[in-house]
Design a protein around this ligand. Structure first.
Ligand SMILES: CC(C)(COP(=O)(O)OP(=O)(O)OC[C@H]1O[C@@H](n2cnc3c(N)ncnc32)[C@H](O)[C@@H]1OP(=O)(O)O)[C@@H](O)C(=O)NCCC(=O)NCCS
Length: 184
């Protein structure tokens, strides 16, 4: 059920600016407030990631309607590493839409836009730990298909990856190495 109707034309997706940090903090806090699987600290994770080497400013995006921030997505750098090689990838964490604007398509627009920018920046894959019903519609598949493992004790169907370009994960396997802000 749509609680808020908006014209697609009113929706702006743009890179986050420093002046947005407070609104983004509040939005993430609100979006995850009633989520059982959340530690309700995703807003602090974003604060730490912004200061880390994993941060890619072009991949910190806000969705705006009528000058209000209603959605946010962040893709940061991770490595997929095995004994022989390492592959630079990204992880999507978090994606959040203000509760009164959820299920209107904003999350989908943010995810697709982040993929488009990541591809332009020459990244060839994205990893995500998330809901098995949500991400496959964007092209995510179980990471274990590529021999890619996540360093968390979660069911395999929640550990997903997408190739942004054909063969983006060919010859890539191993464990996803998250940057330190994820463990602080
Ligand atoms: C998950 C979230 C970002 C999705 O954003 P959204 O704008 O509501 O999503 P969309 O409207 O683009 O939804 C697209 C589709 O996903 C479905 N969907 C939305 N949220 C879902 C969820 N939590 N689980 C499963 N499916 C979901 C919608 O029904 C819709 O399906 P349809 O296209 O077949 O109708 C948003 O609901 C949110 O902020 N949730 C709280 C925070 C969260 O869980 N973040 C993800 C983990 S990092």
């Amino acid at each position: 059920m749509l609680e808020n109707n908006f014209n697609a034309i009113d929706l702006i997706i743009r890179q986050e600016q420093t002046g947005d940090h407070k609104d983004v903090f509040n939005l993430i806090e609100e979006a995850f407030q009633h989520m059982d699987v959340s530690d309700h600290r995703e807003q602090f994770l974003v604060e730490r990631l912004r200061k880390s080497n994993a941060f890619v400013p072009e991949l910190s995006l806000v969705a705006e309607i009528d000058e209000q921030i209603v959605g946010y997505i962040l893709l940061t750098k991770v490595l997929i590493r095995n004994e022989d090689q390492e592959h630079i990838s990204l992880t999507m964490a978090p994606v959040a839409v203000r509760p009164d604007f959820q299920r209107c398509g904003i999350g989908s627009v943010l995810i697709r836009k982040s993929h488009e920018i990541a591809k332009r920046l020459q990244f060839s894959s994205v990893t995500v730990l998330g809901h098995a019903d949500y991400y496959p519609k964007f092209g995510y598949v179980e990471a274990q298909q590529f021999g890619i493992r996540f360093p968390f004790d979660v069911p395999p169907q929640n550990c997903m990856v997408i190739e942004l370009v054909e063969g983006g994960l060919s010859n890539t396997s191993g464990i996803v190495e998250y940057p330190p802000p994820f463990f602080e």
